[in-house]
Write a protein that binds this ligand. Structure first.
Ligand SMILES: [Zn+2]
Length: 165
């Protein structure tokens, strides 16, 4: 560190100083102190601006997501309730009759109903419906399941000759 003379007041000052401690004149070659204080302020304001941008962006994304979900609901409503969805309802219900729903096998069968009603029939002779009975044996049992197309739900179910509902 060397001593130099201030250009303004002529007093000796450090060449490392950014300004003269006597008169306050800036020292050539050293970046003025203000940049050190202004820069963080600028950075702070940039941070604030970007924070506001993120909040604004986040709000927009949220609004878009909400409107998409709303739109999704309206576009889902008119979707066709088909035989696959109908048999899925039956399959799930029949499995619940089994002692071991996880292992129950309810194979796909064709819809034999017509009009508003889907009708699915499983027969024991083909072992299509395999449920566990009270003895824990895997057996084939008949099942008949009816699903209303308009109501999109089961209207009747019988398994092994018993009416479930
Ligand atoms: Zn000076």
């Amino acid at each position: 560190m060397a001593l130099i003379n201030c250009k303004e007041c002529g007093k000796q000052i450090s060449d490392q100083a950014s300004s003269c401690p006597h008169c306050g004149a800036p020292v050539a070659g050293n970046p003025p102190a203000p940049s050190a204080t202004v820069a963080p302020l600028a950075a702070e304001s940039v941070r604030k601006t970007s924070t506001y941008k993120y909040i604004l962006y986040g709000t927009l994304v949220l609004l878009v997501a909400i409107s998409c979900m709303g739109g999704g609901k309206t576009s889902n409503t008119p979707r066709e309730f088909n035989a696959t969805q109908a048999i899925f309802l039956c399959e799930h219900a029949i499995k619940q009759v089994s002692r071991d729903p996880e292992k129950a096998e309810v194979p796909m069968v064709s819809n034999v109903g017509s009009g508003d009603e889907y009708v699915f029939v499983w027969g024991p002779q083909t072992k299509l419906t395999r449920l566990r009975n009270g003895l824990g044996l895997e057996v084939g049992v008949p099942a008949v399941c009816k699903v209303s197309h308009a109501q999109k739900k089961m209207t009747s179910l019988s398994v092994d000759g018993k009416t479930i509902f």
